[in-house]
Write a protein that binds this ligand. Structure first.
Ligand SMILES: [Ca+2]
Ligand SMILES: [Ca+2]
Ligand SMILES: [Ca+2]
Length: 142
């Protein structure tokens, strides 16, 4: 009897049971590529701070400098509601139910890391998301 295996199976089940997330890495990667293309308006394969801010503005349908959860969800339609819900909570740094420009500036700095050059490349976005996967408890699957 392999006790290590049994303990491993039990603990991964327990983690799964606790996690409300049912989506997979593949789904998130698809979402990520799509989002990168949406943000990269001049198609030069990097996202500038300006493009990042514009993306924020596009989501703000009523133009009150606040992207509400409704506006965010309307923009990020799809089967990824659980993920988007986590994302919104993560992006909303001061927890006021509004994504504002300071929230996005903070986020831009968080993503722009390797190298830190005021531009976001796809691999920086991937790195950033892979850290988020862990925080959100996303598991690898089909
Ligand atoms: Ca660009
Ligand atoms: Ca708004
Ligand atoms: Ca960069």
């Amino acid at each position: 009897m392999n006790w290590n295996l049994i303990i491993f199976l039990c603990s991964s089940r327990c983690i799964l049971a606790q996690s409300p997330t049912k989506f997979t890495i593949g789904q998130v990667d698809f979402e990520l590529d799509r989002e990168f293309e949406l943000m990269d308006q001049n198609d030069d394969k990097v996202i500038s701070q300006q493009e990042f801010d514009d993306f924020q503005e596009q989501q703000d349908k009523d133009g009150n400098d606040c992207v509400s959860m409704d506006e965010y969800f309307a923009y990020h339609q799809g089967n990824m509601l659980t993920f988007e819900w986590h994302m919104f909570q993560h992006l909303d740094h001061n927890q006021d139910g509004c994504l504002e420009l300071p929230d996005m500036k903070e986020e831009f700095n968080e993503i722009d890391r390797a190298p830190k050059d005021n531009e976001i490349e796809i691999h920086e976005l991937e790195l950033y998301y892979s850290k988020l996967y862990e925080t959100f408890g996303i598991v690898k699957g089909n």
